[in-house]
Design a protein around this ligand. Sequence first.
Ligand code: AMP
Length: 418
Amino acid sequence: MPEFKTSPGTRDILAPHSARWRAFQDVFASTVESAGYSYIIPPMFEDLDVFLRLGEATEVVTKEMYDFHDKGGRHVALRPEQTASVCRAFVEHRPTTPWKVWYAGPNFRYEKPQQGRYRQFDQVGIEALGADDPLLDAEVIALAAKFYADLGLRKVHLSINTLGDAGDREKYSQALSQYFMANEKDLTTESRATLARNPLRVLDSKREPDQKVIAGAPAIREFISDVSNQHFDAVLQALDALNISYEINNRLVRGLDYYRRTTFEFTSIALEAAHTAIGGGGRYDGLVEALGGPATPGIGFALGLDRTLLACDAEKVFDAPATAVQVFVVDTVDGMHAHAVCHELRSNGLSADRAYDLRSMKAQMKSADRSGATLALIIGSDEVENSTIMLRPMGSGDQYLIARKDLVAEVKKALNPK
Ligand code: AMP
């Protein structure tokens, strides 16, 4: 047993999975950059207060934060998500609006680790600040749907709801509170505690006894103002115009206190119940203001990389890309020839690897096999004497001599036979 292992809820991502992670982020970048979103890299920790503005009823903030005092006495926290950081950056830099950005990277939440739930987990996401247009809501949702499709996923389900504006939410919250209080004895202990903090969040509970009570709860649509309803209808029409299918789910409230109006969640029907949520988002008009900025509408989403890849596994799509080098150089003379040949190939845009420590021809050929390279170049004393190199397309049983001076041209020819 090694003395040190990764901390619970964290993992080393090794090849070939690491290449898949990077490819995932590349696909995301091209999907959202094609819609005018620019890349933002917020810091991984911020003043604790930045995240506290997400709201006291947000579990991510109250229960799961990695916060500590640094050596300068500042109370900081590792980011549990990135929307708060993006809004803080907006207030700090005051970019022109609409400000459309995307991000990728790890977040930290002190949760109970299990498959699809980690303490350090990666998300990709976008945020668009400064426009209230329902067509922007639809664009944001359409981009998430397009990204899933770009990965090859087909079994992704979109649920959507509106939470109305602050006033509507308040009225609904009161009605819910009354209803849940009247039925408190049938709720689980956890939900009773949630009820005291934020009755809306009781709707999030997936626990069986709570589900029964939730089924009879008042629906938000009855409390939504005309303006909010019109906004929602416009979003739905815009989704219809793009043939994006969705299900309206009146019980969908999601985590943040600052969510307003449009809220949505993507689930994978290829995954088991425990980790079906692969992404979600919504409008959070009010968050920028809470962080000390001017009243500014905002909308965005965050998608869980880990869980989306689990969905890819379940649908058998988006395999890890091949990362093998093109050429493996075997040198049985002194290693210096492989040294120079690798350098020349790499300098000409080709990928090459080699063996070290002057191992036997057999051992070096084994490494060549294991490397997955397309070609092996073999250099022995005869080749050195005649200024040649033996070129062997791997797995073909074939080989031929090339002139040392024609190295790059011959390798390119062998890699791309016409
Ligand atoms: P949230 O920021 O809570 O709205 O989560 C957005 C998405 O991030 C979820 O749908 C999950 O796919 C993913 N996610 C959230 N928490 C975790 C976690 N602890 N481990 C892995 N993925 C997570």
